[in-house]
Design a binder for this molecule. Structure first.
Ligand SMILES: [Zn+2]
Length: 343
């Protein structure tokens, strides 16, 4: 199967009332782990690469690996997504490589640290949308500022009025909103409750933007058992809490279609590698620890696929060629503008 438009994948998820995990990759074993899980659970899937991942793996290695995944798993719809694009040029280069979706994170300036103004965000995102849609490529935007790595006391929860105006002015397919989550392992110092995660804001935004797919970033659950394995074999993680799966599921019932997960997979991989090296320090063949690492990540991904509801939906639909998707954007059948959609 060729790589699928993320828009199609998310439209199908909306029809089916489920969410789709978007898993970050840097190397072959992570891609294989995702594909093993997708195959086992019969799940459509979003694979995503950050700018750091593209740099680490060199663009072409990573993209050819994704193409191999698509070729080897013709029954699985796969969307390839640029995570946190920081500029028009970053998104353009991903589209030129063959990515079927890009995130333009215009909530921050190009340095990826300084918050931008609302108008700057609209302008750069609209520019990416125009370029991407002409080529049938999906665009995710972001409004509000997430905590964690994007944080320096700057976190702010998405304002629903601004979200509506942003969607109207840019025409994004998917929208990342800030509701109190953050990137990385250290999200919360106790189990988060309703006062921390602003699910009411998410629900309000979905009511007003029913045609824009919502995206939850920083949605690793950081389970204690994965933390424990790392620490049992010499790791030094401080106790921490992630986003409870039941909160993600509440989000999915209210318009969340893309759920970003990275930290849980990193923990699973690191725990598995530490265990092998700790228990059998005489080993030095990378396959001795990469194989269990891949297996550990696969287990986490398969579990999330089941929890998000995407499992068993791989064969619900056939891919629409990207050129057809481009026509849909041109003739307005794929428009997400809230004012148009409300008519
Ligand atoms: Zn993110």
């Amino acid at each position: 199967m060729p790589l699928v438009s993320m828009r199609q994948l998310l439209d199908e998820a909306a029809k089916g009332g489920y969410g789709v995990g978007a898993f970050n990759v840097n190397d072959m074993e992570q891609i294989q782990a995702i594909m093993m899980a997708a195959k086992e659970t019969k799940s459509p899937v979003i694979v995503q690469a950050s700018r750091g991942a593209r740099q680490f793996a060199e663009d072409l290695y990573l993209f050819k690996l994704i193409q191999a995944a698509a070729e080897l798993n013709p029954e699985i719809p796969i969307a390839m997504h640029q995570d946190h694009g920081n500029s028009f040029e970053t998104c353009k280069s991903a589209i030129e490589l063959g990515y079927t979706s890009v995130m333009m994170d215009g909530s921050l300036k190009e340095d990826g640290k300084t918050p931008s103004t609302f108008d700057e965000n609209v302008a750069v995102t609209k520019k990416v949308v125009d370029y991407a849609h002409e080529r049938g490529v999906t665009v995710e935007g972001e409004i509000g500022v997430l905590g964690g790595v994007e944080d320096s006391g700057l976190e702010h929860i998405t304002d629903p009025d601004q979200a509506v105006e942003f969607a109207e002015r840019t025409g994004v397919d998917a929208l990342a909103i800030a509701i109190g989550t953050s990137h990385g392992a250290y999200k919360f110092n106790k189990k988060p409750d309703g006062s921390v995660l602003k699910m009411d804001v998410l629900i309000a935004i979905h009511k007003r933007l029913p045609n824009t797919h919502l995206v939850m970033h920083g949605s690793s659950s950081v389970p204690k058992d994965l933390q424990d394995i790392v620490n049992k074999y010499g790791g030094k993680l401080k106790e921490t809490w992630g986003v409870p799966v039941e909160e993600i599921q509440l989000g999915i019932r209210n318009g969340v279609r893309k759920v970003n997960v990275d930290t849980d997979n990193r923990l699973a991989i690191t725990g598995a590698i530490r265990k092998v090296l700790w228990e059998t320090p005489e080993k030095f063949d990378p396959r001795d620890y990469m194989k269990p690492a891949r297996e550990a990540m696969k287990k986490v991904v398969a579990l999330r696929m089941t929890q998000f509801g995407q499992a068993s939906h791989a064969s619900d639909y056939s891919p629409i060629p990207i050129t057809e998707i481009a026509k849909g954007y041109k003739d307005g059948t794929l428009t997400t503008h809230p004012l148009v959609a409300a008519k």
